[in-house]
Design a protein around this ligand. Sequence first.
Ligand code: SAM
Length: 331
Amino acid sequence: MFSSDWDKFSQLTYETNFGERPHGDIRRLDIATISPFDVLCAGFPCQPFSLAGVSKKNSLGRKHGFEDLKQGNLFFSIRDILKDRRPAAFVLENVKHLYRHDGGNTYKVIYDILANELQYDVHTAIIDAQAVVPQHRERMFIVGFREPRFFEFPEFPMSGPKLGSILDKEVDAKYTLSNHLWKYLQDYAKKHKAAGNGFGFSVFTNNDIARTLSARYHKDGSEILISQGSRKNPRRLTPRECARLMGYPSNFKIPVSDTQAYRQFGNSVVVPVVAKIAKQVVATLSRPVDYKPDFVLTPPETRKRGMIALALPLGYLKISKKTRRLRREPL
Ligand SMILES: C[S@@+](CC[C@H](N)C(=O)[O-])C[C@H]1O[C@@H](n2cnc3c(N)ncnc32)[C@H](O)[C@@H]1O
């Protein structure tokens, strides 16, 4: 299986667990060297395509022409691979706000390329991982098929596990916040609360669901602190707890420092969420292209539970005619 990540610590984690070192910079890849594959999966950075993005960068002293920016955008590497190899399907993951990033232009460019230029049958949903792990983490998933097919995103339960299910009972004292950092976070939060800027940190207990783990968690851990009662400062999650928070199995090896591990888990997809989507994609591909269900188990109104059908600005949420016909026919 081909994989790519240019971060050497991410490569080490991947290789330790899967026995294969990922390819480096995806922009310098000879596409012809990728072995045959049926499904392309990618979690890529959310970067602007527009000139507005360029001028912002220029104002920070970076000289970019529009073409440079286009070349530098990792989505174009994904486009080039799809264009060249035309796999049967793809699964792309990004932040929930992709669809309103850069005034909606980023998603518009992505959708136009996938659906119009490459002619894939595109399905989009926002899924909150809290159905399967104790973390509120909304991510956009874009699934595409080379041929229009009947496809439904999997259903997710309305509520899932609580933090108590992933926390260790005994945790090294080094994860407890120092008096200095704890005071700093509280003072900072007070200042910002007074200015009406919301919370600076969040403390959780066993019965809660965590906020989204970010790649910056290693800095101060302030987004997810664990209460240790009133007599002790709160603590951070350990890397192993972060692994569980992202749905990794207990035998997943963590061969890197705490800092790198926090970065990698904060950047990751939630394993059971993508596993469920992948299962559905495989089931879809294993049916005849013109398959039409006799009945649908999940009428649209109940699908809103764990998954929000995405209301995108009109104009570029075009479902191919064939798909629309399949979906609208009386059951
Ligand atoms: C949001 S993370 C996604 C991680 C992982 N693919 C996943 O979905 O769980 C984006 C990743 O892209 C990698 N990356 C950024 N620029 C890259 C490039 N030019 N070539 C390969 N990987 C790159 C980063 O190192 C980072 O790990």
